[in-house]
Design a protein around this ligand. Sequence first.
Ligand SMILES: [Fe+2]
Length: 268
Amino acid sequence: MIDLHVHLLPGLDDGCGTLEETVALANYLTSEGIKHAVATVHHLPGVYEIPPETVSEALTRTREALEIGGIPLEVTVANEIMIQQGLAERVRSGELTGIGKMKHYALVEFSSREIPWFAFTTLEHMTELGVIPIVAHPERCYPLHRDIAELRAWYSKGILAQLDLGSLLGIHGTRVQRFAEYLVRNHLIHLLGSDLHSPPPIPDLWARAYRRIAKLGGQEYACIIADDLPRAVLEDEDIGRIVPSPRHAKRYSLGTLASSLLGYASKD
Ligand SMILES: [Fe+2]
């Protein structure tokens, strides 16, 4: 399996703090059957703007440590980019790092509280320039709980979405967990990531989340989003025939929506 979103590199952002922590996390991932990790590095203007040379140094140190430790984990690097205008051009120029051999995919995150007015046009513009957005953990973006049509509009443009495994297991609270279940049940998730920043708070995170996905969305769907699709993304293969079609979803349940709205102002 492939972890498309994990903050593995040491000492760059809020991910692993030390090389020892990086090695422990890598060991954990391989113990769960992960063969390839996309080590994500935050790009958040004014907070995290880490020069590519610094990232490259951390990647080299990580690969050396894994080799010395005999840990069979392939590691590549990509930015997790806070939604911003001009994003497509910055990925195309190589200023920000995309995912896949040709860097044709970009992991884009949103604040949990709002979707900026330029979101749709920015994501659409990315696809027009041949950079496919992968929306990171949409289940943690509360405005989407209230407006599933927004997410469906994004998908109609070929935009993909990545689920955080911990969301499905309740790490981010019940509201996020319920919405994550809804997305998985209706095949509205395309890719998976642990989004771990250090060794996991839950043992067997991957195994437990995978079983839950297979139960909610079916075994074949679990295989596609855990294996087939991330592999095609990394290899820059045609994903057209692999992307699962959404199930004809019922509307997000009123009860769940109500609890989401009532708890909206509180912290998870
Ligand atoms: Fe992340």
